[in-house]
Design a protein around this ligand. Structure first.
Ligand SMILES: C[S@@+](CC[C@H](N)C(=O)[O-])C[C@H]1O[C@@H](n2cnc3c(N)ncnc32)[C@H](O)[C@@H]1O
Length: 255
């Protein structure tokens, strides 16, 4: 039930928050200018465009399985240093690349150790970040906590349960298993502020990503009940706004 097709809707759901993590992530990687980067699972181009605007690369290649997202990235990232290709993490281009990165995507790859090993083979520095689904990716956590209280039979859809390695220890374990000797990790926390419940909820109705796709798979009555339960739980300020945070776990290693 992982749906990645419409770039615009994905951006309003989670792409805009991933962009904020990307800024801090690229700054933390602290790479010199003039390097050749590969962005694996580049999606709509959140990380690619940050690399272009802040790291002064000589080239960035973005690859993703979703033709719809690659179309969106091609349209919106207008930079002659960037190229995009539809291809999967199990079919990465030959290197060498100076830096290989993957934002919010390794958890969706069935053979993530194999993908990381290949990233290590073709790249000198490898970096990645993943949402802290089970804890402080709050916009999703409120959704799943409410969903599983109402429908415990659907627990296998919960991203917190599906991706238990999306934390500091899990990331360290993945990198070690992929053959990296030394891994550095940290958290990046970004505020996710919504002016109203409607602004929070609308992207879930777009069906892009795991929780929205799950929502649309329910009957209308169940969707309405879930919306009401999420709304009941969310902390709403006097002016109607909702102030949450999104935490990502980040890792980097050099081979
Ligand atoms: C949550 S999105 C992240 C996109 C982008 N990196 C960002 O930070 O906004 C996950 C992306 O991984 C892509 N993806 C999932 N499995 C993949 C695979 N096996 N190979 C390449 N891309 C994959 C999806 O198409 C989607 O674009």
């Amino acid at each position: 039930m992982d749906v990645w097709a419409s770039g615009e809707i994905y951006e309003s759901y989670v792409g805009r928050w991933s962009r904020q993590v990307a800024k801090e992530f690229v700054s933390w990687l602290d790479q010199p200018a003039g390097l050749r980067w590969l962005d694996v699972g580049c999606g709509t181009g959140a990380l690619t465009s940050t690399i272009l605007s802040t790291a002064n690369p000589s080239a960035v290649v973005g690859v993703d399985l979703s033709a719809g997202f690659i179309d969106y990235a091609r349209l919106t990232v207008q930079d002659e240093r960037a190229t995009f290709e539809v291809r999967g993490a199990d079919d990465l281009p030959d290197g060498p690349f100076d830096v290989v990165v993957a934002g919010i995507m390794l958890n969706f790859v069935p053979d993530r150790i194999g993908a990381l090993r290949r990233m290590r083979e073709i790249g000198r520095t490898v970096g990645t970040y993943l949402w802290d689904y089970a804890d402080r990716m709050e916009l999703m956590k409120y959704f799943w906590d409410a969903a599983l209280d109402l429908r415990p039979q659907d627990s296998e859809h919960d991203e917190g349960a599906r991706f238990p390695f999306c934390n500091r220890e899990g990331l360290q374990g993945l990198f070690t298993e992929a053959g990296f000797a030394a891994v550095e990790t940290r958290a990046i926390v970004v505020p996710t502020v919504f002016s109203s419940f409607e602004e929070y909820w609308k992207p879930f109705l777009g069906g892009q990503g795991v929780a929205p796709a799950y929502l649309l798979s329910l009957e209308q009555d169940a969707q309405d009940a879930l919306r009401d339960e999420v709304q009941r739980r969310l902390p709403v300020e006097e002016d109607g706004s909702i102030h949450l945070v999104a935490r990502a776990w980040v890792a980097r290693a050099t081979s």
